[in-house]
Design a protein around this ligand. Structure first.
Ligand code: PHE
Length: 341
């Protein structure tokens, strides 16, 4: 029996030492220490021993069991360590491989110009508003004093969604004047940039979609002098000190009096060239004092309050700001053009 135990121990320790997979180790455990295992089988013979022999043999059997259990534990740890090692190797990352360079873009020149415009007006206490491009004709026209039959409402000029011409793509940002009057407490100082749509063919100065920035002030004792002062400041901040502006009388249904503001051409300094079509001036915006009818429709008393408004073309402003000759360059997204800014 002593010999049997010694054999089991030798054989088992060698087998545990050589094992290379957790499943195989488990099989070995069953083979030696399981209910029907070899060690158990030997222990079952203990009953046949004499009372003197039993304690010594029992102690020996226990030693063998402990030795086997320790060996199994050691083998399990070895397998675990090997598995970890293999995983680390498989998931190894070569940090010396050169990376892919990320090409970093930048803001479109038109949005850079818009950021500058926002900064200038926010600095004067204006709030920046956002509004819908799909607009009610009521706000785009009626509430702006352009009644049914007004030439600007023609189907050949605007994009309508329905036969009754009640819903449209806004043709100007001016409905934002009305939205501000309807929702904000007086006094009001806002600008509202955004896209507008008109049925125009694309050429060097026209596009069926373009951007405007609307501006409006309503307060007590507001005059045309405030309008001119603000717009001259805008021109100097955007285009540099000493920028020359010109105000020409004009007509809009929602302002009275109305004007257009030009800035002297950046290409020729006023002499006349292809960029300004020989005029020497570039038209930048329409403006005027808010018509009393428009105030009244918004339930604002024109005897107590007055205001001015302007609407400027953002593409044109960016063209003047960055000396760009053709409007189409702004929309084409040609990287060779955009990289210059
Ligand atoms: N909405 C006018 C246009 O699109 C511009 C404008 C705005 C004029 C505000 C006066 C006051 O031409």
């Amino acid at each position: 029996m002593k010999e049997q135990l010694a054999n089991i121990k030798r054989e088992a320790l060698a087998a545990f030492e050589a094992v290379d997979a957790p499943a195989a180790l488990d099989e070995l455990r069953v083979k030696y220490l399981g209910k029907k295992g070899q060690l158990t089988a030997v222990l079952k013979q203990m009953g046949r021993l004499s009372a003197e022999e039993r304690p010594a043999m029992g102690a020996l059997a226990n030693d063998v069991r402990t030795a086997l259990e320790n060996a199994i534990e050691a083998a399990a740890q070895k397998l675990e360590a090997a598995a970890l090692e293999a995983r680390l190797k498989a998931e190894a990352l070569d940090v010396t491989v050169p990376g892919k360079t990320v090409r970093r873009g930048h803001k479109h020149p038109m949005y850079r110009a818009l950021d500058e415009i926002k900064d200038i007006f926010v600095g004067m206490g204006f709030t920046v508003l956002d509004g819908p491009e799909i607009e009610l004709a009521e706000l785009n026209f009626d509430r702006l004093n352009a009644e049914e039959g007004h030439p600007s409402r023609d189907w050949s000029d605007s994009f309508y969604f329905d036969q009754d011409a009640r819903v449209m793509l806004r043709s100007q940002t001016s409905p934002m004047q009305v939205r501000a009057m309807d929702t904000m407490p007086l006094p009001i100082r806002i600008i509202a940039p955004g896209r507008v749509y008109r049925k125009d063919e694309i050429d060097a100065t026209h596009s069926p979609m373009f951007h405007q920035v609307e501006g409006m002030v309503i307060d007590k004792n507001v005059t045309m002098a405030d309008l001119k002062g603000t717009l001259n400041l805008l021109a100097e901040e955007l285009f540099g000190k000493g920028t020359v502006t010109r105000f020409r009388p004009h007509h809009f249904p929602f302002t009275e009096p109305s004007c257009e503001m030009d800035v002297q051409c950046h290409k020729c300094g006023g002499a006349g060239c292809p960029t300004c079509k020989g005029e020497g001036w570039i038209e930048l915006l329409g403006a005027g004092m808010i018509h009393p009818n428009v105030l009244r429709m918004a339930h604002i008393d024109p005897e107590e309050w007055s205001g001015w408004a302007f609407g400027m073309g953002l593409e044109r402003t960016a063209m003047r700001r960055f000396k760009i000759a053709d409007l189409r360059l702004i929309f084409e997204n040609d990287a060779r053009f955009l990289e210059q800014f």
